[in-house]
Design a protein around this ligand. Structure first.
Ligand SMILES: Nc1nc(=O)c2c([nH]1)NC[C@@H]1CN(c3ccc(C(=O)N[C@@H](CCC(=O)O)C(=O)O)cc3)CN21
Ligand SMILES: CC(C)C(=O)C(=O)O
Ligand SMILES: [Mg+2]
Length: 283
């Protein structure tokens, strides 16, 4: 028997027990299958795929279709893991109706377990409507890449008392609107701890310190395959970028020197058929 997919009831219990839920992003089949094998509690198919997979400089260009396709692959790779679809820019901002319809698309077309969207009080009507539609919604505050223009770039948030107080009010409003969990990104740990202590729902951190109900990291950062920049909160556990270049260089060298392909990489003609072929070619 494989592992059992978590439910929100278990996620709530993990918070109550002080047990960290650990999750990572994945954008494709094989990363998802490794994440499931490694025992991740959840997988986020982040709109960070725009940067990590497509090479955009931000997440704003990412479309619903791109998110759905990547969620489908991730679901096939991790059939027994709680998967969260990340709603891309303009899939929920225009109206509550569009938000519900697009949240529903993630569920119908990609069999996600929940969706996540960015913003505080200003997206609470959308959070309420999606929850009323029967879906699990996760909030996301602090550094919110889809509004990086307003934030003046990818900058840590809530470092001053007034801004921190606003973030805490956003967190409370998100819980009140019916979110099942909240993600806090690039915020001082003290502020995240206050949210974790004041909210009933789990509060997860990416770059918001250890005093949270769990941790998220981006797979491309953990593996060392994202080259454009390294957020302060990233810990690289591997250098797959460097290892990939090394492997590719080895292949180039072998193929150029004809060390590859070797005999064991080739197919043999059936016994006696080569002689027959030469005979046929004489005619
Ligand atoms: N690969 C990857 N990892 C991520 O964590 C990530 C993405 N992509 N794409 C979307 C956003 C962008 N992210 C970021 C980017 C930078 C910082 C950061 O630490 N910025 C510094 C310097 C900012 C400055 O002054 O220029 C900071 O202190 O806030 C944090 C999160 C998080 N997200
Ligand atoms: C950076 C995380 C929180 C995210 O939303 C994503 O991966 O898209
Ligand atoms: Mg995102």
């Amino acid at each position: 028997m494989g592992k059992q997919k978590l439910t929100r009831i278990q996620l709530d219990k993990m918070k109550a027990d002080g047990q960290s839920a650990v999750w990572i992003t994945a954008y494709d089949y094989w990363t998802a299958s490794f994440a499931e094998e490694a025992g991740m509690d959840m997988i986020l198919v982040g709109d960070s795929l725009g940067m990590c997979i497509y090479g955009y400089s931000g997440t704003v260009p990412v479309t619903m279709d791109q998110c759905i396709y990547h969620c489908e692959g991730v679901r096939r790779g991790a059939p027994n893991t709680f998967i969260i679809g990340d709603m891309p820019f303009l899939s929920y901002q225009v109206s509550v109706e569009e938000a519900v319809r697009n949240a529903g698309r993630f569920h119908k077309e990609a069999a996600v377990d929940a969706i996540k969207l960015e913003g505080g009080k200003r997206v609470c009507p959308q959070i309420r409507a999606i929850a009323d539609g029967g879906m699990l919604v996760m909030g996301h505050i602090g550094l919110t890449p889809q509004s990086s223009g307003q934030q003046g770039g990818f900058k840590a948030q809530g470092r001053h008392a007034a801004a921190a107080k606003e973030l805490i009010e956003d967190a409370l409003a998100i819980e009140e609107a019916g979110a099942f969990a909240l993600l806090v990104e690039a915020v001082p740990p003290e502020v995240c701890k206050i949210m974790r202590d004041r909210l009933t729902i789990p509060v997860y951190s990416i770059g918001a310190g250890v005093d949270a109900d769990g941790q998220l990291m981006i797979c491309s950062d953990v593996l060392g395959i994202f080259q454009a920049f390294t957020p302060k909160f990233v810990k690289k556990y591997e250098n797959l970028g460097g290892k990939t270049v090394e492997a590719f260089k080895q292949y180039v060298a072998d193929a150029r020197s004809k060390a590859f392909p070797a005999d064991e990489h080739t197919y043999k003609m059936v016994d006696g058929e080569l002689a027959k072929l030469h005979e046929l070619l004489q005619k």
